[in-house]
Design a protein around this ligand. Structure first.
Ligand code: NAI
Length: 298
């Protein structure tokens, strides 16, 4: 089987100074991509800033014979996002791939979470992914080629105690992924999301110590790299990935219950049919979600 290479391609990986982003940047560079290693370089909660972590990853890439450049810009501001894309264009002359990976945690239960803690997490994950993609999109569109990978989370897909800000952001990225995929389809821009599990500074306190060896970032990265490749035709999908397992996660709709005129009590009487899961309707290709929903309504 031929190795999937990225020679001539330019990739931006946000939040690539540590953890998953670092791992993605290293593998993309190893396979020939020129990489913009972006990282604001703050702490796990987003406080502080330093170009150090991004510079260290660039040095690692260069030591292994790859090509990379540092970006210490903030994904969460329009100026920062534009500067990240400009770094790719000014340094390497093009941009082909965006991996929106930068993230932070500010966990609190709803009673204790401040509005600032909510907003700051939405700003980096949702706004940051929008802003960097938004800055890159015109370039991807004009060249008729692009790949975007967003980083969602099981917390968003399934909920997570103490993470109202983070889970809202991560499910928001699923909607963003599906809409970007629809909007990018005609220009051969494929957009997907991952919901990873990996042992990083973000999660090390939340997992038993013996998970470190099994849940390495290196077990998430090959999927990201595949989704970035021009031979990957998939778009608009979400994949659960970690510890060696990869699975598509999809939104499904149950068979439902239909009665044109119905009372509140009719709904109560038919609740088990309304909430039944089988046989579910699930989209198989982009755009089928609405078709499936309409079919279910008729
Ligand atoms: P990490 O903390 O090691 O990496 C996140 C990186 O993003 C850091 O290097 C940080 O400096 C950078 N960053 C934060 N705010 C930034 C900003 N405004 N601009 C630029 N860079 C910024 O954490 P990890 O685990 O590698 O997380 C990577 C992504 O994966 C995040 O989006 C996270 O939410 C997501 N994720 C991770 C999971 C895990 O099990 N580790 C689970 C689900 C999702």
């Amino acid at each position: 089987m031929a190795e999937l290479r990225f020679d001539g391609k330019v990739a931006v990986v946000t939040g690539a100074g540590h953890g998953l982003g670092r791992s993605h940047a290293l593998m993309l560079a190893e396979r020939g991509a020129k990489v913009v290693v972006n990282d604001l370089g703050g702490a796990r909660d987003g406080s502080g800033a330093s170009a150090g972590p991004a510079a260290q990853v660039v040095a690692e890439i260069e030591e292994r014979g790859g090509t990379a450049v540092v970006s210490a810009d903030n994904v969460a501001t329009p100026e920062g996002a534009q500067a990240i894309v400009r770094t790719a264009l000014d340094t390497f002359g093009r941009i082909d791939i965006v991996v929106n990976n930068a993230g932070l945690l500010r966990d609190k239960s709803i009673g204790k979470m401040t509005v600032e803690e909510f907003d700051s997490v939405i700003a980096v994950h949702v706004r940051g992914s929008f802003l960097v993609s938004h800055a890159a999109f015109p370039h991807l569109k004009s060249q008729g080629y692009g790949r975007i990978v967003n980083t969602s989370s099981p917390s968003g897909l399934f909920g997570s105690f103490g993470q109202a800000n983070y889970s809202t952001a991560k499910m928001g990225l699923v909607g963003m992924t599906k809409t970007f995929a629809l909007e990018g389809a005609r220009a051969n821009i494929k957009v997907n999301a991952i919901a990873p599990v990996a042992w990083t500074r973000m999660t090390e306190g939340l997992m038993p110590a013996d998970f470190e060896e099994r849940l390495t970032p290196a077990r998430v990265t090959p999927l990201v790299v595949y989704l970035c490749h021009d031979q990957c035709e998939t778009s608009g999908e979400v994949f659960s990935v970690g510890g060696g397992r990869i699975a598509r996660v999809f939104v499904a709709e149950g068979p439902g219950w239909k009665q044109d005129e119905h009372s509140v009590e009719d709904i109560q009487d038919n609740w088990s049919t309304i909430t039944a899961e089988q046989p579910y309707l699930t989209p198989t290709t982009l755009g089928d979600q609405s078709a499936a929903s309409f079919k279910a309504m008729l």
